[in-house]
Ligand binder design. Structure first.
Ligand SMILES: CC(C)(COP(=O)(O)OP(=O)(O)OC[C@H]1O[C@@H](n2cnc3c(N)ncnc32)[C@H](O)[C@@H]1OP(=O)(O)O)[C@@H](O)C(=O)NCCC(=O)NCCS
Length: 357
């Protein structure tokens, strides 16, 4: 039997989170729960109301345009996949460095794979990229089928990474406490501030440091320019997370002269109450080698243990080339959960791929 005749009849529909009816949301939630069971079955599942709110907040981001597609099996009228096409908007301070690309993500429930549906969706993403005058498509995957698909279409693996997880019950708390005690000894005069909103008086300086540290992370071969944060764009992100009912905890290291020397941040979604995400940790170049990175990480873990006793897993993502961060994370006890790739392919390469089919 040819691949085509085996293939279920599929409908690709636009999904507009601000306009969909209750029935369409019901179909979406049924699908995203199945997707959750395939991707991370042991993780907590968020409620329908909270997911709907998050998706609605995401598509209202004034700096990043998100266009969603639902993949429907015509016979059962069930959703079996989804796709995201994202593009930076002119309002974003990162527009210059990223205006040439489309970010995309395609997912199919496993029984709908290897039937040519992924390639059909990719063609739609490609048409979307051309329509918006983009030259590059970027995506990421931690799924073996997804990685094989990206290889087959000729995408370049531009950055390899790991989704790391730390089980708090495995943590050597004596070591963490000793890192926290060593910090102020090795870096005399430095103080740590724990905040859930960056104070107005330091926001401008904080955004400069945050931009610098963000762009110091290894990006491998990814053809992506500078990511820039301004006080306005930072407040926009804070407001978005607040509307999603998430908590954004930041610890800022400050020097006796008032300068910010480092930071670490975690984000918490109370719907997934046993897990928390470690985001960026960075120490300014001039202040490295004084134990501030370890002190920040230790202070954050001690804070999380005290304030959120239900949390037992910290998740984070690291590039495999990020040796300093991996060295700290290894000592903390982080273990590889999944291996990830960030991949890219140009519109021209995709033209050749589709012409060769
Ligand atoms: C990526 C994904 C959408 C592909 O969908 P799909 O419908 O299975 O893809 P196609 O059937 O169109 O496959 C196209 C080609 O990719 C290659 N390919 C896809 N999956 C493969 C696998 N598991 N092993 C080897 N090759 C594979 C094959 O060459 C295939 O052509 P062929 O079947 O004629 O040999 C699907 O694997 C998925 O949902 N993965 C999880 C999400 C993800 O990681 N997405 C990647 C980032 S967008």
């Amino acid at each position: 039997m040819s691949k085509k005749s085996m293939s279920p009849e599929i409908l690709v529909e636009k999904f507009d989170p601000l306009k969909e009816s209750d029935e369409e949301w019901k179909r979406f939630h049924e699908y995203r729960r199945k997707k959750h069971m395939e991707v991370n079955p042991n993780d907590p599942v968020s409620s329908d109301a909270s997911v709907k709110n998050s998706v609605q907040q995401n598509v209202q981001n004034p700096e990043f345009g998100i266009h969603l597609l639902s993949i429907i099996d015509k016979k059962t009228n069930k959703q079996v996949g989804d796709a995201l096409q994202g593009l930076i908007l002119e309002a974003s301070p990162s527009y210059e460095g990223t205006k040439h690309l489309i970010q995309f993500d395609i997912f199919l429930l496993s029984s709908y794979r290897r039937k040519g549906i992924g390639s059909r969706l990719l063609k739609q993403v490609y048409d979307f990229a051309i329509e918006h005058n983009k030259t590059l498509l970027v995506t990421d995957s931690s799924d073996e089928d997804g990685k094989a698909f990206l290889k087959a279409i000729g995408a370049q693996v531009a950055l390899s990474g790991v989704d790391n997880r730390l089980q708090l019950s495995d943590v050597d708390w004596d070591m963490i406490e000793s890192w926290a005690k060593e910090g102020p000894k090795r870096s005399a005069g430095t103080i740590l501030d724990i905040v859930q909103k960056i104070p107005d008086e330091i926001l401008e300086e904080y955004c400069k440091v945050y931009t610098e540290v963000t762009n110091q992370q290894p990006l491998g071969e990814l053809d992506v320019g500078a990511i820039v944060f301004t006080p306005d764009s930072y407040r926009t992100m804070e407001e978005m997370f607040e509307k999603m009912n998430r908590t954004w905890i930041t610890i800022i290291a400050k020097e006796p002269n008032g300068k910010i020397s480092g930071l670490t941040e975690m984000r918490y979604n109370p719907e997934r109450k046993t897990m928390i995400s470690q985001i960026l940790t960075g120490v300014q170049q001039d202040y490295r080698g004084r134990g501030i990175g370890k002190w920040l990480k230790a202070a954050m873990l001690l804070y999380v243990r005290e304030k959120y006793p239900e949390i037992n897993i910290v998740t984070t993502g690291n590039a495999t080339t990020n040796k300093p961060m991996l060295s700290i994370n290894d000592r903390l006890g982080f273990k590889v959960h999944k291996e990830t790739v960030n991949a890219q392919i140009t519109v021209d390469q995709l033209t050749n791929y589709f012409n060769s089919l």
